[in-house]
Unconditional design. Structure first.
Length: 245
């Protein structure tokens, strides 16, 4: 199945109002055949959405719509601010904040409930990969985090090996192809052929302009979730261009 390429950025806890000037240069370099989006800190969603020529998203949301959750933001809140999507289940949330697969599933379902797209992240540790458990761990994460109503019209899954995030280490193309094939097989088994094939699979983990061409055209890779390189147009635009078939 041919799926449209998708390159998404994740600014993490970086950026300020001045940094939004980078969105102008990114917007001026959009490619007609590639979907582009960037998730920014909650404080920047409104001004970024007002400025960007492409979708702006949240880096995380809560699974509930409101309540006594000091410091959290809900899907209705980020939607009102201008977000079109949210990342859910990033390893920095799973590991640093103790989020479970059930938490991630609830967040993705909250996105769907309010009409936001979602990028659901999964990935293994170096210890799990060294033990030969990577595919089993990641496919189990996918199935346990998979929201009700999962479909390619609103959900993408990002495979981000934890050991490659922000470290400069990158999984080999062969490793990525093997993992994406395992994820695809799990999706097809759980959701059926049509739906399982429609969900886009992204790779994330130290993606750069140099390694993007090989990664973005690997089998079953439909795009990338880019961290540090999405902070500037000079580094992000070449990755977008590398996604062109």
């Amino acid at each position: 199945m041919m799926r449209r390429k998708f390159v998404a950025g994740n600014w993490k806890m970086n950026g300020n109002l001045a940094a939004l000037a980078e969105l102008d240069a990114i917007g001026a370099s959009l490619e007609a055949t590639v979907d582009v989006a960037i998730a920014v800190p909650a404080t920047l969603i409104h001004p970024a959405a007002a400025r960007a020529k492409f979708p702006i998203g949240a880096e995380d949301v809560h699974g509930q719509d409101s309540g006594a959750h000091t410091g959290d933001v809900s899907v209705p809140m980020v939607k009102e601010a201008g977000a079109n999507f949210s990342i859910v289940g990033h390893s920095e949330r799973r590991q640093g904040h103790g989020e479970t697969d059930a938490d991630v599933k609830a967040k993705a379902e909250a996105c769907r409930r309010h009409g936001l797209d979602a990028i659901l992240c999964v990935g293994e540790t170096l210890e799990q990969r060294s033990a030969g458990e990577a595919e089993a761990v990641v496919t189990a994460q996918v199935l346990a985090s998979l929201p009700d109503g999962a479909g390619g019209d609103w959900l993408a899954i990002a495979y981000e090996p934890i050991w490659a995030i922000g470290t400069g280490q990158v999984a080999t193309v062969a490793d990525v192809e093997a993992m994406h094939a395992a994820i695809r097989a799990a999706l097809v088994k759980a959701l059926g052929e049509e739906t399982g094939q429609a969900i886009r699979l992204l790779y994330g983990g130290s993606v750069t302009a140099e390694n993007a061409p090989g990664l973005l055209h690997a089998a079953e890779v439909d795009g990338a979730l880019v961290g540090g390189a999405s902070l500037t147009a000079a580094k992000f635009v070449p990755i977008i261009r590398a996604a062109i078939a």
